[in-house]
Design a protein around this ligand. Structure first.
Ligand code: G4P
Length: 537
C-alpha cells in the first residue's frame, strides 16, 4: 500500500457524520445551529427558509409539497477548528425509507439527538441499531433543556438500558425548563452559563467560570443537587474513554437546547476534535479475496450509497452520491466501476450545500461527491482506480412492506419490467422474483411505505406506466442460507414463499415474524438474515 502524505493529512481531518433522531427531536434546528456556530451561515433561519423555498419551486413529487416533507437529503460540508466536517442529512419524516439506513453506511460517526422530554423514541432506537451493526461511534445530544424534562440521571439510565450502551456525560445540565442555567463541563469542572430567554438567531456566547464561583448564580439548593449528581456520576458513571468511543462502545453525552443556541458549541468542538476520522473498509477483488482499504492509500476508491433522481424535474437528472473511501478524487478522472469493470470518466462532480450545487475539483476520504449519471451507476457500486474491487459496505435491509403490481395495460409489460429493474437498482424498492420465472412480475418490498409512492410516481413519469399496487400478503422477508434439506423444509410449507433478489440470492417471504421464529425452531440449520449477509451477491 502506498500512503500519500497529502491524502493522510486531508483524511485525518475529515469528520463525516449524520444526525439520527425521531421526527421533531430538533434535527433541522441542530443542523442549522451547527452551521451557525461553524461560521458557515450568519443568521439562523436560512436552512429552514431554504427548505420552504425548495418546496415552493419544486414540482417533483407533488407529495413533497402536499405532505410538507423532504425526501431529498443533502450533504453539508464546513470547516471548524481545522477539521472538515461533512454532515449528511437523513430524511426525518415519519415514513422513512432505506435511504436513511444507507446514509449510515457512508458516515464515520453519528450524533444521536434525543428530546429530553420524551426519552428514547422508536425511530431513534431503530436507527441506533443500524449504527450498532456498523459499530459506528455515537455522540449523544440531549435536546430541549429549555423545557422541563426527565431527571437527567433517570434519562441517562434509560438511554443506557434501552440501547445497551455505555454512556459517559462530558457535560451535565444545571436545571431544566425555566430553571435551565447552563451546563458543567465535566473534565474541567467549569460552568458554562446560559443567558437564557433569547430564542436568538445569533450565536450565544456562554459565560465560563469555575463551578464554585457559580454557586450564587445557580442558587444554593440547585448547586448542592448538581454537586451530588456529579459525585454520583464519578462513582457510578462510565468513564470517558476516547478509544472505546471510536470502537462504538461508549457514547459521550452533551446537554443543551438547539433552539436557544445553547450547548451547540461544546458539541461542535467535540465533533471537530474527537469524532471519528475515516476508517479502513473491507472490500473484495474479482477473485473474491478480502482486502482492507486504508483511507490514506494514494489509490482512489469510493462507493455509491444513494441515488437521487429528479432533483431538478426540468432536466430529469439523476445524481449518484459517492463516498470517497481512499485516495484523492479529481474532477475528470477515469475510474473503473466495481461490478462490471467498465471504465467511466467522472467529468461532472458536484457538492451540495443545502441544495446549492457547485462543481468539485477534488475530494478526499470522507467527502461526499454527487455525480450526474444517466443510469450507469447503482447503489452499493464501487468506483476505483486500478484493479476492480467491490466494497461490502452497503447492506440491504429486509423490507417490512410488500406489494405486487397489477398491470392494467398488458402492452406495458416491457416498460414495467424495465422500470422495476432500473428503479430497484437505484434502491427505490427491492424486487423479489419467483424462482424459475425470470425477471418479470416481481414482489416488491420496502422498509418505508413512502418508497411505493415514489415508485408509482416515477413509473408514471419516466416509464409511462400507471401501476396499481396491491398488498402481496407478506409481512416479513429474510435472506436464506443453509443446507439443501433445510431449504427444502421451507419449500414444502405453505406459509413460506421462496424468491430471489435481484442478485439471485435466496430470500424467503412470510406472513409475519412468527413464521420466522417457527422456521428457526423447526429447521435450526437454516440461517435467516434480516440484513443481506456480506458477500451474498
Ligand atoms: P426535526 O428536524 O427533528 O423534525 O425537528 P425540528 O428541528 O424541525 O424541530 C421540531 C420542533 O422542535 C420545532 O418546533 C423546533 O422549533 C422545536 N425545537 C427544536 N429544538 C428545540 C429546543 O432546543 N427547545 C425547544 N423548546 N424546542 C425545540 P415547531 O413548533 O414544530 O416549529 P417552529 O415553529 O419552531 O419552527
Amino acid at each position: 500500500m502506498n500512503v500519500s502524505a497529502e491524502v493522510e493529512k486531508q483524511a485525518t481531518r475529515r469528520r463525516t457524520h449524520a444526525i439520527i433522531s425521531h421526527p421533531d427531536a430538533g434535527k433541522t434546528t441542530l443542523t442549522e445551529k451547527l452551521l451557525l456556530y461553524s461560521g458557515s451561515i450568519h443568521l439562523a433561519g436560512s436552512v429552514r427558509a431554504r427548505k420552504a423555498a425548495r418546496h415552493a419551486v419544486s414540482d417533483w413529487m407533488k407529495m413533497e409539497q402536499e405532505r410538507g416533507i423532504s425526501i431529498t437529503s443533502s450533504v453539508l460540508q464546513f470547516d471548524y477548528r481545522g477539521s472538515a466536517i461533512n454532515l449528511l442529512d437523513t430524511p426525518g419524516h415519519a415514513d422513512f425509507s432505506e435511504d436513511t439506513y444507507r446514509t449510515l453506511a457512508a458516515v464515520d460517526s453519528a450524533v444521536m439527538l434525543i428530546d429530553h422530554t420524551k426519552g428514547v423514541e422508536a425511530r431513534t432506537l431503530k436507527l441506533f441499531e443500524v449504527c450498532r451493526m456498523r459499530q459506528l461511534p455515537i455522540v449523544t445530544f440531549m435536546n430541549k433543556l429549555d423545557r422541563a424534562g426527565q431527571d437527567p440521571l433517570d434519562l441517562l439510565d434509560e438511554v443506557s438500558k434501552t440501547l445497551n450502551l455505555r454512556v459517559a456525560p462530558l457535560n451535565w445540565p444545571i436545571g431544566s425548563g425555566k430553571e435551565f442555567k447552563g451546563v458543567v463541563d465535566i473534565p474541567s469542572k467549569d460552568v458554562l452559563l446560559f443567558s437564557g430567554g433569547r430564542h436568538g438567531q445569533d450565536r450565544v456566547e456562554a459565560r465560563r467560570m469555575s463551578f464554585e464561583d457559580a454557586r450564587e448564580e445557580i442558587g444554593n439548593s440547585l448547586f448542592e443537587q448538581i454537586e451530588e449528581e456529579l459525585e454520583l456520576l464519578e462513582i457510578a458513571g462510565d468513564a470517558w474513554d476516547h478509544e472505546a468511543f471510536l470502537r462504538g462502545e461508549v457514547s459521550p453525552v452533551f446537554w443543551g437546547s438547539a433552539m436557544s443556541n445553547f450547548g451547540v458549541e461544546p458539541l461542535l468542538t467535540f465533533l471537530a476534535d474527537y469524532a471519528a476520522p475515516p476508517k479502513h473498509r473491507t472490500a473484495f477483488n474479482q477473485k473474491k479475496d478480502t482486502l482492507v482499504v486504508d483511507p490514506c492509500e494514494d489509490r482512489f476508491t469510493g462507493f455509491i450509497f444513494k441515488i437521487q433522481a429528479n432533483m431538478n424535474p426540468r432536466h430529469r437528472d439523476r445524481v449518484a452520491f459517492m463516498r470517497v473511501v481512499s485516495g484523492k478524487f479529481k474532477r475528470g478522472m477515469d475510474v473503473v466501476v466495481g461490478a462490471s469493470g467498465k471504465s467511466l470518466r467522472l467529468a461532472n462532480p458536484h457538492t451540495f450545500m443545502a441544495q446549492e450545487r457547485s462543481i468539485v475539483e477534488e475530494a478526499w476520504p470522507g467527502d461526499i461527491v454527487g455525480l450526474y449519471d444517466p443510469g450507469n451507476l447503482r447503489i452499493g457500486e464501487t468506483l476505483c482506480v486500478g484493479e476492480p474491487i467491490q466494497f461490502s459496505g452497503i447492506p440491504r435491509f429486509a423490507p417490512e412492506h410488500f406489494m405486487r403490481v397489477v398491470l392494467k395495460d398488458p402492452l406495458k409489460r416491457k416498460q414495467l419490467d424495465q422500470g422495476l429493474n432500473q428503479l430497484s437498482g437505484e434502491g427505490v424498492i427491492q424486487a423479489f422474483y419467483r424462482r424459475g420465472m425470470g425477471k418479470s412480475d416481481p414482489f416488491l418490498g420496502a422498509v418505508g411505505l413512502l418508497q411505493f409512492e415514489v415508485l408509482k410516481e416515477r413509473l408514471k413519469n419516466e416509464y409511462r406506466v400507471n401501476a396499481v399496487l396491491e398488498p402481496a400478503g407478506f409481512g416479513v422477508a429474510r435472506w436464506v442460507r443453509g443446507p439443501q434439506e433445510a431449504v427444502q423444509w421451507l419449500e414444502k410449507r405453505r406459509d413460506y414463499t421462496l424468491v430471489e433478489d435481484r442478485n439471485d440470492n435466496l430470500v424467503v417471504l412470510a406472513p409475519a415474524k412468527w413464521a420466522v421464529d417457527f422456521a428457526e425452531r423447526n429447521a435450526p440449520e437454516l440461517e435467516l438474515y434480516d440484513v443481506e449477509p456480506l458477500g451474498a451477491s
